[in-house]
Design a protein around this ligand. Structure first.
Ligand code: 5MM
Length: 309
């Protein structure tokens, strides 16, 4: 447990956050296609090498989440990615889920996440390859009638089972219940769903005996749906709603809340994160580090208001 807490604290160290570069082969293919590049193993390797060898990256990035193929890859001159990152003080992480599947008996478009079967054996291999932490992403769809109780409970329970297995294998679990921004729902509705989903997830972590000091939470910021009228809200308004929702449901034992960007532009996600930290300082009684675990907002240049990809 002491080791898990030390790694979780290092990942959520002040001024640092996570780079989510764990796109599966299909998702990374879409990015490469836009750049006119084929989706081959070596192009994917070279693309990741660009990021992992960025000079000074260790000043701001505490951990990098990788896809399993990437965890075992090396630079063109033969240095293992895991070692290149370690030289900069960056910890290697691994996405251990196997993607989304339709949720049996769930509401329209609801999903669960595959990957619990064989997870323990896989985690032991990832630890042997140098991984220090893991990530599992569940998605929750919002509408007037969604999410269903079934989707909330099933995804919370699976996240907790994943987290428990990771900790037993020596990996710090990053727990990601992503509330999707697709739709026209209001910020208020998003906040209510956040409390319900994050609250259920934390309760499941507790039920399954997950050591809260040795895990990190990766939620969405409390923003309106992407199709809501009026466009993005001012960062201060996002920050107030986000901090209010999280204060109601996240215990102080969890060391860090590492937000996903979830389709926000890099400017929007960064301005909102800054405002969230200012709001937390002003509000007081926010015991967790509040930082980033961005994928698209660190890798995809997109102007504010442009469509998510
Ligand atoms: C980097 O993308 C991750 C998953 O990709 P796949 O859909 O290919 O499995 C994703 O889980 C990501 O880590 C999080 O959603 C955070 O990324 P964003 O882009 O939302 O900040």
């Amino acid at each position: 447990m002491a080791d898990l807490a030390t790694v979780a604290a290092a990942l959520s160290a002040p001024g640092k956050g996570l780079l989510a570069s764990d796109e599966s082969t299909g998702t990374i293919g879409k990015r490469l296609e836009k750049a006119g590049l084929p989706n081959t193993e070596d192009i994917r390797r070279a693309y990741r090498e660009l990021y992992y060898t960025t000079p000074g990256m260790g000043q701001y990035i505490s951990g990098v989440i990788m896809f399993k193929e990437t965890l075992l890859q090396s630079t063109a001159d033969g240095r293992r990615f895991v070692d290149v990152l370690a030289e900069q003080g960056i910890l290697a992480g691994i996405k251990v889920d196997e993607g989304l599947a339709p949720l049996p008996d769930g509401g329209d478009g609801e999903t669960y996440t595959r990957g619990l079967e064989g997870l323990e054996a896989a985690c032991r291999e990832y630890v042997a390859a140098g991984a220090k932490f893991a990530k599992w992403r569940a998605t929750i769809k919002v509408s007037d009638v969604l999410p269903t109780d079934l989707a909330v409970e099933r995804n919370a329970d699976d996240l907790a089972r994943y987290a428990k297995i990771c900790q037993e294998c020596g990996l710090v679990p990053v727990v990601e219940p992503e509330i999707l921004i697709d739709g026209a729902h209001s910020q208020e509705r998003f906040g209510a769903v956040t409390e319900r989903v994050v609250g259920a997830t934390v309760a499941a972590l507790w039920r399954h005996g997950v050591a809260l000091e040795g895990c990190l939470l990766k939620p969405q910021m409390v923003i309106p749906g992407a199709e809501a009228e009026g466009g993005p809200l001012p960062p201060g308004q996002v920050a107030r709603a986000t901090v209010a929702a999280l204060r109601r449901v996240v215990p102080p034992a969890i060391p860090g809340i590492m937000f996903l960007s979830g389709g926000q532009s890099e400017e929007e996600a960064t301005a909102n994160l800054n405002a969230i930290n200012l709001e937390a300082q002003a509000a007081g009684r926010c015991p967790w580090a509040l930082s980033f675990s961005f994928g698209r907002a660190l890798q995809v240049r997109r102007a504010r208001g442009a469509p998510a990809s």
